[in-house]
Design a protein around this ligand. Structure first.
Ligand code: NAP
Ligand code: MG
Length: 402
């Protein structure tokens, strides 16, 4: 069989620990035999980040701007323990944080739905994609204890000296107070990312906030979404047969529980933090969640939602067998290859991505899976495979299909 050719390189960001091991296996068994893989490789493994003072992370993000599509392996975000373990020069920032700061944009997370791994919510038939705004609100707040009676005010002073004041509370007794903010530009680009991604994946957008209570702050979110939608997306949505729907966040939550899925749920920062954990655990497993960062300029970075699976890696180092689920990492690759294929008009590449996904899902549906899935599957007597054998089983299914 002739290998599939690629015209534009994919930005490849390698990572750490168990996912780095899976990364290599996926390339060797599922990609390189079939594709003349054209990637620009960046080693985001912690050792090389340390060697380059983290310059490699910045270079990888810049390359993503140049080529438009990247695929990333999970990486360690250093803490004190990692400083010693890797003898680091300093406590580098989270690579995802660095990349997001350079590309801007919104992270979309979607569960991989497969027969045999049923969501806890019976009526969920299709994935629910969660879009979380990644800037501001309580993640950039200022708060204080109030120890004795007194007045808390919100004061704004413009650069040219104009002042606005609002009373927060006349405290007669001790309490707490908080100030937070967001930026019009950030909310606009969040809205744009959601609508673009909706057109891309042919899904409706649902957005919920609490504008009945927060008549200025949340009302601003609602207003900006509507303004961006009307000005830039209304016609495109009509053509594609899609809808944008705003409601109060509590109403949206109630509807989500009754819906069958297949839409994008846009959430403010805090709502997204909470709801993404609910959606992912209700769908089954963190090892079955994909994640893609979409910038307002239309750059894409695909990855798995889980981390480097450190505990499994230590077992691996001890020479023990591991059964680590590679599905989300495989889907990061297929997402990136399909997008590259679409952008380059390279049908063979996009079709390969579809086939590899099908082969992965049919392997699980045939009862062959890793331990994490075997524990939750409704399939009787599943075959539990180790990390490598699971990937080899997918290769076998893929070869039959091609
Ligand atoms: P984790 O790697 O997501 O793993 C937590 C636990 O979840 C594992 O111990 C395992 O449970 C289960 N799990 C996750 N992915 C799995 C998979 N593919 N197959 C089977 N089981 C899986 O989170 P962590 O251990 O808290 O973090 C490890 C490192 O990852 C940290 O250094 C952190 O900084 C980094 N991290 C990176 C990213 C990223 O790059 N996007 C995201 C999160 C965390 P059992 O042990 O019970 O089997
Ligand atoms: Mg959280």
């Amino acid at each position: 069989m002739e290998k599939i050719q690629m015209t534009t390189p994919l930005v490849e960001m390698d990572g750490d620990e168990m996912t780095r091991i899976l990364w290599k296996m996926i390339k060797e068994e599922l990609l390189l035999p079939f594709i003349d893989l054209n990637t620009e490789y960046y080693d985001l493994g912690l050792n090389y980040r340390n060697e380059t003072d983290d310059q490699v992370t910045i270079d990888a993000a810049e390359a993503t701007k140049k080529y438009g599509v990247a695929v990333k392996c999970a990486t360690i975000t250093p803490n004190h323990a990692r400083m010693d373990e890797y003898d680091l020069k300093k406590m580098y920032k989270s690579p995802n944080g660095t990349i997001r700061a350079i590309l801007d944009g919104t992270v979309f997370r979607a569960p991989i739905v497969v027969k045999g791994i049923e969501p806890c919510v019976r009526n969920w038939k299709k994935p629910i994609t969660l879009a979380r705004h990644a800037y501001g609100d309580i993640y950039k707040n200022t708060e204080m204890y109030i120890d004795k009676p007194g007045k808390v005010e919100l004061v704004y002073t413009s650069e040219d000296g104009e002042e606005k004041r609002a009373l927060v509370q006349e405290f007669k007794a001790p309490g707490v107070a908080m100030g937070m903010h967001n930026m019009t530009a950030s909310i606009e680009s969040f809205a744009r990312s959601c609508f673009n991604y909706a057109l891309d994946t042919k899904q409706d957008v649902w957005f919920g906030a609490k504008d009945t209570i927060s008549k200025t702050y949340d009302a601003k979110f609602k207003e900006i979404f509507q303004k961006v939608f009307d000005a830039e997306f209304k016609e495109k949505f009509e053509e594609a047969g899609l809808t944008y729907f705003y409601s109060l966040i509590d109403d949206i939550v109630a509807r989500v529980m009754k819906a069958e899925g297949g839409f994008i749920w846009a959430c403010k920062n805090y709502d997204g933090d909470v709801m993404s954990d609910m959606v992912s655990s209700a769908f089954g497993s963190l090892a079955m969640m994909t994640s893609v960062l979409v910038s307002p300029q239309g750059y894409y970075e695909y990855e798995a939602a889980h981390g480097t699976v450190q505990r499994h890696y230590y077992r691996h180092l001890e020479g023990k067998e591991t059964s680590t689920n590679s599905v989300a990492t495989i889907f990061a690759w297929t997402g990136a290859l399909r997008k590259r294929g679409e952008l380059d008009g390279n049908q063979a590449l996009a079709q390969f991505a579809d086939k590899l996904e099908e082969a992965t899902l049919s392997t699980i549906e045939s009862g062959k899976m890793t331990k994490d899935l075997a524990l939750i599957t409704s399939i009787e007597n599943p075959t539990v495979l180790n990390s490598r054998d699971f990937i080899l089983a997918i290769r076998e299914a893929l070869e039959k299909m091609l």
